[in-house]
Design a protein around this ligand. Structure first.
Ligand code: GLU
Length: 304
């Protein structure tokens, strides 16, 4: 079945190989796959192993094998972030004037927050108080590299975008995020810069991922603007939580998917995405029904 590809749609699934695919990551994979397929677009897979400290050997292969058992075929080559560090360095170099070296330890940031009033981002992370913005203090050594976010009143002070699941959203960078890390104290590039470079390099037009990443979107759009890169359309779908309300992950005790019963796992993930598919006799029939249901719900007559 050689469908004609829609060149105006390229989506992606971008798992971090910190463990095998689980019920939560299957939902994210499914949503991005369904959106791409229901637009007749391309669907790419990118392994986000830039945080090498969290990468589990063998996890990337386990994820790609699971995707193939679930009948999710990707287009093009699988891109692996740990092989692309020179691209992140080149993007960082283009941000000169907006970045600075930071010598603060976590403890110092926590202590200075106590002095300047508590400020936490929505995801619970510390909002950096800007201590090293105007240069490293005496005796400090550079640890991380940060991006300065606009002050109140400056251009791009707040970032607004129209989320295809959640509707219009605005994030105020100075008060909700703060100056954020692009290169970490341990020498690894941060997710925010790698994802922006790769989404642009792979010509991603539509990002579909979990709401756990919603807090990052303002930062990513700001980076796109500074780097002169296009902003894709965003859709953040609900994330699967465990009994105590934590996002599923290996750390929070996510159970392995039953790869001997892929159809029942697919039906469960589809139910979570509120797609009404009560039954399918085969994986192929499942995808046929799921794509039709997604298309009816999310793809307008104009194909957007
Ligand atoms: N690698 C990220 C994760 O597994 C997803 C990144 C993204 O979709 O932007 O949580």
């Amino acid at each position: 079945m050689a469908n004609k590809k829609n060149n105006n749609y390229t989506g992606r699934f971008a798992p971090s190989p910190s463990g095998p695919l689980h019920a939560g990551s299957l939902v994210a994979a499914m949503a991005s796959y369904l959106d791409a397929k229901s637009h007749d677009g391309s669907w790419l897979v990118r392994i986000e192993d830039i945080d090498e400290a969290r990468t589990v050997p063998g996890a990337a292969d386990a994820i790609t094998q699971a995707l193939s058992i679930f009948g999710m075929r990707h287009d093009g080559e699988i891109v692996v972030q740990s092989r692309r560090k020179s691209l992140y360095q080149a993007a960082f170099d283009r941000l000169a004037g907006h970045t600075y070296a930071c010598g603060c330890t976590r403890k110092e940031i926590a202590d200075s927050r106590l002095a300047t009033g508590l400020r936490f981002a929505a995801d619970g992370a510390a909002i950096y108080p800007g201590t090293c913005r105007n240069g490293l203090g005496v005796g400090k050594i550079a640890r991380a590299l940060r991006l300065r976010v606009p002050e109140i009143g400056e251009q791009n002070e707040s970032i607004t975008f129209d989320d295809r699941w959640l509707g219009p959203l605005t994030q105020h960078l100075a008060t909700e995020v703060g100056d954020f890390v692009l290169k970490r104290a341990d020498g690894f590039w941060a997710y925010q810069i790698a994802v922006v470079v790769d989404d642009a390099d792979q010509d991603i037009t539509h990002v579909v991922r979990g709401t756990d990443l919603l807090e990052s979107t303002g930062r990513q759009i700001y980076l796109q603007r500074l780097l002169g890169l296009p902003t894709p359309s965003y859709m953040h779908v609900p994330v699967v939580l465990n009994e105590v309300g934590e996002k599923l992950s290996k750390q929070t005790g996510a159970k392995a998917l039953d790869l001997d019963n892929p159809l029942s796992e697919l039906l469960r993930a589809a139910r979570f995405l509120q797609l009404n598919i009560d039954h399918a006799d085969s994986i192929a029939e499942f995808w046929q029904k799921a794509i039709a249901a997604w298309r009816q719900r999310f793809v307008g007559n104009d194909g957007k």
